[in-house]
Design a protein around this ligand. Structure first.
Ligand SMILES: Cc1cc2nc3c(=O)[nH]c(=O)nc-3n(C[C@H](O)[C@H](O)[C@H](O)COP(=O)(O)O)c2cc1C
Length: 165
């Protein structure tokens, strides 16, 4: 292995072992057709105003739709939503005919069952290597009485009991 490949492998090893939650981010195109994908690059940015970010790979089929929509909804998945996590990362399933969802007051597709849903308007887009960082200003937060999902080392599921308050 050369040094560059080595660095990429080490980078993947580090990031794969950095525990995160899992989200599904959605929006819709000009005709109102919903799109979405599974995302774990989601992070908090600012409290005043309320800002979040996530990054989208330039290879994602809905890249241009997300860049033009001006809004998106982040669903922080609940511990029991493994099927939804897989559905929105799978290439061969029609995502929105295989889950329960409705259109929100902001015209965003909101999928049922998440721990939390943050509806955002796009605040800024930053080109960064082979991804675009989408920063969103939070317009609305729906919070359910559930626990978030944990993602670590390519496995995802409920947060272990010892972490419960
Ligand atoms: C746990 C997990 C986290 C992911 N995080 C991201 C992410 O942050 N950004 C991204 O662009 N793709 C991410 N992906 C990959 C996309 O969900 C996947 O490539 C999806 O199929 C892209 O949508 P498309 O099939 O419409 O191109 C992630 C996948 C998984 C399983």
């Amino acid at each position: 292995m050369n040094q560059v490949t080595d660095q990429v492998q080490n980078f993947k090893e580090v990031m794969g072992n950095y525990p995160t939650g899992v989200t599904v981010v959605t929006t819709s195109d000009e005709q109102g057709v919903p799109v979405g994908l599974t995302v774990n690059s989601f992070a908090s940015v600012s409290l005043d105003p309320l800002l979040v970010l996530w990054s989208i790979d330039h290879k994602v089929s809905s890249l241009d739709i997300f860049k033009n929509a001006g809004k998106f909804a982040v669903h922080v998945l609940a511990g029991d939503q493994q099927d939804l996590c897989k559905l929105f990362a799978s290439k061969d399933m029609d995502r929105f005919s295989n889950c329960e969802w409705n259109s929100s007051e902001y015209g965003l597709p909101v999928v049922s069952g998440a721990f939390a849903v943050l509806q955002c308007k796009t605040f800024k887009q930053v080109e960064a290597g082979d991804h675009t960082i989408l920063i969103g200003e939070v317009l609305d937060i729906q919070l359910d009485d559930k626990e978030a999902m944990l993602y670590h080392n390519r496995k995802f599921g409920p947060i272990p009991a010892e972490f419960h308050s």
